[in-house]
Each structure stands twice: as C-alpha cells, then as structure tokens.
Design a protein around this ligand. Structure first.
Ligand SMILES: NC(=O)c1ccc[n+]([C@@H]2O[C@H](COP(=O)([O-])OP(=O)(O)OC[C@H]3O[C@@H](n4cnc5c(N)ncnc54)[C@H](OP(=O)(O)O)[C@@H]3O)[C@@H](O)[C@H]2O)c1
Length: 337
C-alpha cells in the first residue's frame, strides 16, 4: 500500500539569514520498497548548522541542496516495511533521509541502532556524528595533552557539550566554554562540566578569556570563528593547537568576512591551526561509541536536547538553531515517540 510522505523542499537560495519562504512542505507518494530496500517512518530529524552552507550554490565538501527537491540530513526512524533480510520491520535505524516523515531507502544506507544503550534520538547527537566531531577534534586534530587548558566556543551547543567531557577524558586541567547569554553561561558551568564560562554577548570576549585563563590556553576548539578565533589566538600559549570545526558566526554573511587580524601570532607562538570534517575520522567511530556509551552510563556525559514538535515546525527549528534558540542538540520530533 503506497505511503504518502511530507517532505521539506528548498525552493529559493537564502541570501543572509534564511526566510521561511525559502522552504516549502510538499506531499509525495512513495514507491513500495524494492529489493533490499526498507520503508522508514521517521521519528526524529536532525537540523545542523552545516545545512546552511548546503543552501548556497557553491562547491564544498558536500554538494548543495537542489532547488525544488527534498533536503536531506540525519534522521532516526522505525522500519515499517522491509524487503531486506538484515533489517526487519520494527528495527530503529539511523539514516540520512531527513527533512521528511517517511522515506524509502536501501537498507545498506541505514544503520540499525541499539536503543538499549540510549534513546534513539541520542544517535543524532552525543552518540552520533555530533559526538564524534568533538572527539575527533580534540583527540586527533588539536590533540589535548595531560595538563592542558582548553577553550571551546559554542559550549552550550550539541558539539560543545560533548567537547567538555572529551577534553577532561584526554587530561585537560581546565576547560573554558563560551556561550551566548547569562543563562547558557550558567548552565555551561553548572550542568555541562566546564570550569568557567564566557558570555560572549556581554562583550569584551578577549578580556573575559584572559580572566578565565590567566596562564593562557593550550587548545582551542573553534565552532564560531570571527571574534572567537581572534580572542583565542591572543590567548594561546606557545605550541598551542586549534581545531577549526565550524564558523557559525559567518554562515549568514553576505559579504566576505575579514580573517582574524592577529593571525601573525601563529608564527611567533608556533601554533597549529587545522580544519577538519568529521567524515574523515570514521576510524575513531567505534572507539568513541564505546567511550560515549560508558560516559552516558556513568552520568559523566549529559545529553541535552532542544526538541521542536512536528515537521511543520522543522524550518523554524533550523532558523532558531542559527540564532541560538537551542541548548544542546536541536531535534525535531515527529509523532509521539
Ligand atoms: N567540522 C565538522 O565536521 C563539523 C561537524 C558538526 C558540526 N560542525 C560545526 O560545529 C559547530 C557547532 O555545531 P552544533 O551542531 O553543535 O550546533 P550547536 O552549537 O548546537 O548550535 C549552533 C549554536 O551556534 C551558536 N551561535 C549562533 N550564532 C553565533 C554567533 N554569531 N557567535 C557565536 N555563537 C553563535 C548558538 O549558540 P549561542 O546561543 O551560544 O550563540 C547556537 O546554539 C558549527 O559551527 C558546525 O558547523 C562541524
């Protein structure tokens, strides 16, 4: 019996901050699953900052979204019909046909997840790509050593919350996080395991960082770019390391953004600045999954999500993510899971 799916299409390429009119909710009749395929009812959808980049028609590490076609992204759902022996009806699967409520896909493109370890939605956050990003950044890209002082921007976000736990695991003695607003700054310290927080919206980022790290920082995990990278370059100690993970302060920029004016400090301080994409670090996935499962079990890694209900509100959730409406992983819940 064919199923009708509702899916979010990109219908115009945003200039600056995306507008709700750049998107459209479209109904599509799905084919029955063919050989080796499954039909999935999505229960949770992920919205992520990198999706903003895919809305531009530019060459990047991931192709742009096509206009007038469904967007994709991370999702977890329940298999409701299967023509694949290894993925039975009822299984919970992680896959990439997000931004819609149902999907037909090859079973080989879906990963069955173990909901005994953590609720299904956790595989879109701390147990998934998000968590691995924090781990890869601090383990390999800007390796944290015993005794390091670590600074993380976007500290109350999905990656940032995991980064604090990872930094500690790798031996950091002090972990400083920056976030927008006093409430997030409070939670960064009281709930997410940071030693000190900076509210970047309160101004004087450099002064706040110097006060939080009087002996400088050894590692900077950059989710934000711009003023945060500038402040970190000032604060970094000799042979410091920077993991360039994201630059969310620039994703809606309509003009070229000037680089940090103090990049020359990298020479005298012998700094290493390295960009990375989590997909290049899959070899760490099993190791990270084991660690994350144990941290979730012993309570030293807290999952934190901001949940928005319904596909009709998916675009609002994405727009909110870019403005800081989330604490922890921004998720869309479909149905009453
Ligand atoms: N390299 C990779 O492979 C990879 C993989 C995943 C994610 N990322 C990057 O990692 C970063 C975090 O991603 P996430 O999924 O964990 O998102 P997130 O941090 O959960 O959500 C985005 C956060 O960005 C902050 N923000 C927005 N505008 C800002 C600005 N102008 N200045 C400072 N902060 C701003 C907001 O928090 P506040 O309220 O604190 O401002 C917002 O909550 C993003 O840059 C993303 O692109 C990279």
């Amino acid at each position: 019996m064919p199923v009708t799916s509702r899916e979010v299409h990109l219908i115009a390429r945003p200039v600056g901050e995306p507008e709700p009119t750049d998107f459209s909710l479209v109904e599509t009749a799905l084919p029955d699953p063919g050989d080796g395929q499954i039909l999935v009812r999505n229960d949770w959808l992920s919205v992520d900052p990198y999706m903003r980049g895919r809305m531009n028609d530019v060459k990047s590490y991931v192709p742009p979204f096509r206009l007038g076609a469904p967007m994709d992204g991370g999702a977890v759902g329940t298999v409701i019909a299967s023509n694949a022996a290894n993925v039975p009806v009822g299984a919970t699967v992680l896959h990439f046909r997000g931004w819609r409520d149902h999907a037909v896909l090859d079973a080989s493109a879906a990963q069955v997840v173990d909901t005994a370890i953590a609720p299904a939605r956790t595989y879109l956050g701390a147990l998934g790509m998000v968590g691995l990003t924090a781990y890869a950044g601090l383990k390999e890209v800007a390796p944290v050593k015993e005794g390091d002082v670590v600074f993380v921007s976007g500290a109350a976000g999905a990656v940032g919350i995991v980064a604090a736990r990872v930094a500690r695991h790798l031996g950091a003695v002090r972990v400083i996080g920056s976030a927008g607003g006093p409430e997030k700054a409070r939670r960064v310290v009281e709930e997410f395991g940071y030693d000190a927080a900076i509210d970047y919206r309160a101004g004087d980022l450099g002064g706040q960082l110097a006060a939080a790290a009087p002996d400088g920082i050894d590692v900077y995990f950059d989710n934000v770019g711009g003023d945060h990278l500038q402040a970190a370059l000032d604060a970094l100690n000799t042979f410091g390391r920077v993991a360039l993970c994201g630059a969310i302060s620039q994703y809606n920029a309509t003009e070229p953004v000037p680089g940090p004016t103090n990049l020359f400090l990298a020479v005298g301080k012998r700094l290493t600045l390295r960009g990375f994409i989590v997909g290049d670090h899959q070899h760490l996935a099993a190791e990270y999954a084991r660690l994350a499962a144990s941290w979730l079990r012993d309570g030293t890694l807290r999952t934190q999500e901001t949940i928005v209900d319904g596909l009709d509100n998916a675009v609002d959730a994405f727009l909110g993510l870019l403005r800081g409406a989330n604490t922890g992983k921004m998720l869309i819940r479909l149905g009453d899971t």
